[in-house]
Design a protein around this ligand. Structure first.
Ligand code: ATP
Ligand code: MG
Length: 562
């Protein structure tokens, strides 16, 4: 293995360095959870720009969520300094929007086209009835596109215009895609158009964390990367920096029956012999399960009654555990309420991550419509309008909206809290701000520093890590999820197992799984069995927790690790 003598790559391990410093051409990085994907991707971009004289403006980094794009941008800034601004970083939708804005002439859209909001789409649907063709033409007549259009229209443009394709290929000669396992058909086609078969396309991801097929993602694109792209180089990252050895061993066993990665390996970088086993609690009821979570949080954080935050200890080190180190994960949103209630009764602060889009929050789109109205963006004025003498953030701080678009005072209060930071991030550019709203910027109520226990669905937990994780409701019917009267097929089960794997691998130091004997599902209380996904994990990796649930130190788990 060739060592790269650059200081930039010093913070990477040997395989991460191989990936970051690989030569041009198609590159697929297959990397499991906790192996440092973002770290590797950002270092590769920085290395290419700083050491190999690649121009930052020739680089395009694509992610799936705005939050992930911001994280990438932030880390690139740290590595490259001001030139990082020249790297194009965005989501697939923002990339599509850029291409559309630069080529409205070819689409028949007006220069100041805008993205339809929910009200616009509902109105168009009501008028169009069942006629999808008609729906589109109604939007077009009003100079609007919808979210799907942001991908399909650029693809259609590029498909028909080889010169345009070449222009973008010249502009973005280096393309990087994070979470490639979640690509869907139209995103894939866009990538194929932007990158030649032998182009400098670097895709990074983990097929075993593909959990979005219900949204049209197809892990098949990941698996056939080397057929699609010429002489693709493959680098695997197997060293996991996140989880203790018992947690990692349990996770690797859990994914084994459905793994899409040949010889799936995850080698623990952390080898603390004192690391606790995975706690397993069999609850009698949902209330009992919630009590178990509260009791354990109490023990970990140390006496909720006096709310001392300094008595928790991890792995025998005298590290402090606080509420913000703890996450409770579940398969369906409906499982959150009993846990939230029980924690609240014990005076434990909680924050629940909402993965909703901002635009779906009450009042937000009304505010956006009103803003358009008062600033003239929805009229004959050009789209790029700044608010005279007032930044967008200031405008929200002192709303003087006239209410003609259905904005209620309580909407303004919610929107000011949520929106002001987004407005700031948009550089006070109203057009960018409205596009962010329309392209589904998530509400990210989650504050990593908040002194609160975090509650999340498994889907929302992707990419995150916490010192302590509870995975509740590990029961047949919930994991894998089953709707009444239906039987999930093999592919659906495999996806549920990947979701389970995502959940287990969020934990750094302590992991607890729990299941209850009875639960109300679909309107009636039923007996429940533990999830069959638990059966494939070696019993020796679990510590069965009884009524006096609490972390105990294992004696012999090292013998049982793979
Ligand atoms: P996921 O698939 O869950 O999104 P990931 O591959 O993106 O995981 P990261 O979140 O980037 O993993 O990294 C996991 C943890 O490992 C982070 O806390 C990161 O700082 C740490 N880490 C990654 N690489 C190294 C390294 N070379 N040395 C030390 N720590 C590292
Ligand atoms: Mg990640």
């Amino acid at each position: 293995m060739e060592e790269v003598g650059s200081g930039l790559l010093d913070r990477l391990d040997a395989m991460q360095r191989v990936a970051a410093s690989a030569p041009g051409g198609p590159l697929l990085i297959v990397a499991g959870p906790g192996t440092g994907k973002t770290r590797t991707l950002t270092h590769r971009i920085a290395y290419l720009c700083a050491e190999l004289n690649v121009f930052p403006e020739r680089c395009l980094a694509i992610t799936f969520t705005r939050r992930a794009a911001e994280e990438l941008r932030h880390r690139l800034d740290g590595l490259l300094g001001p030139v990082a601004e020249d790297v194009t970083v965005g989501t697939f939708h923002s990339l599509g929007l850029t291409i559309l804005r630069e080529n409205t002439a070819g689409t028949g859209l007006p220069d100041d086209f805008r993205i339809a909001d929910d009200a616009d789409r509902t109105a168009a649907r009501a008028e169009a009835g069942d006629d999808p063709a008609r729906y589109t033409s109604l939007l077009r007549k009003q100079g609007m596109v919808d979210l799907d259009d942001l991908l399909t229209l650029p693809v259609a443009l590029l498909r028909d215009d080889r010169r345009l394709v070449q222009r973008y290929r010249d502009r973005w000669q280096w393309i990087f895609v994070d979470e490639y396992q979640d690509v869907d058909a139209v995103q894939y086609e866009l990538l194929r158009l932007l990158s030649p078969a032998d182009g400098n396309l670097c895709a990074i991801g983990d097929p075993d964390q593909a959990i979005y097929s219900f949204r049209g993602a197809d892990v098949g694109y990941f698996l056939r990367f080397s057929q699609d792209f010429t002489d693709a180089r493959l680098v695997r990252l197997n060293r996991n920096y996140r989880s203790s050895a018992p947690i990692l061993a349990a996770a690797v066993q859990a994914i084994a029956p459905s793994s899409l990665v040949r010889g799936r390996r995850l080698d623990p970088a952390r080898l603390d012999p004192e690391a606790p086993l995975v706690g397993r609690y069999a609850a009698a009821s949902v209330a009992d399960e919630a009590d178990f979570v509260v009791r354990t949080v109490d023990e970990l954080v140390g006496g909720l009654s006096h709310r001392s935050l300094d008595s928790g200890r991890i792995d025998g080190r005298s590290s402090t555990l606080s509420f913000s180190d703890i996450a409770v994960l579940y398969r369906t949103d409906s499982q959150a309420a009993p846990i939230v209630d029980a924690l609240a009764r014990a005076n434990v602060p909680v924050q629940k991550r909402s993965h909703d889009r901002l635009r779906d929050r009450p009042g937000v789109m009304a505010i956006a419509r009103e803003l358009r109205h008062v600033t003239g963006v929805d009229g004959a004025l050009p789209a790029r309008v700044r608010l005279a003498g007032q930044s967008l953030a200031e405008r929200f701080a002192t709303p003087t909206l006239d209410g003609s678009h259905g904005v209620r005072p309580e909407d303004v209060r919610t929107a000011v809290d949520l929106l002001t930071p987004l407005a700031r991030r948009c550089g006070d550019d109203l057009e960018v701000f409205l596009s962010q709203l329309a392209t589904g910027a998530e509400v990210d109520a989650l504050d990593p520093r908040a002194e609160a226990v975090t509650l999340l669905t498994l889907h929302a937990a992707k990419g995150l890590e916490f010192p302590v994780v509870f995975l509740v409701g590990t029961e047949e019917g919930l994991l894998p999820l089953r709707w009444p009267g239906t039987t999930p097929d093999d592919e659906a089960i495999a996806e549920e197992r990947r979701l389970f794997f995502v959940g287990l691998t969020r934990a750094q130091d302590r992991l607890y799984v729990s299941h209850t004997a009875r639960r109300v599902r679909h309107g009636s209380e039923r007996d429940c069995r533990p999830s069959p996904f638990l059966d494939v994990i070696d019993a020796g990796l679990f510590e069965r927790l009884g009524d006096t649930a609490g972390p105990r130190r294992p004696k012999d788990h090292q013998l049982r690790l793979i």
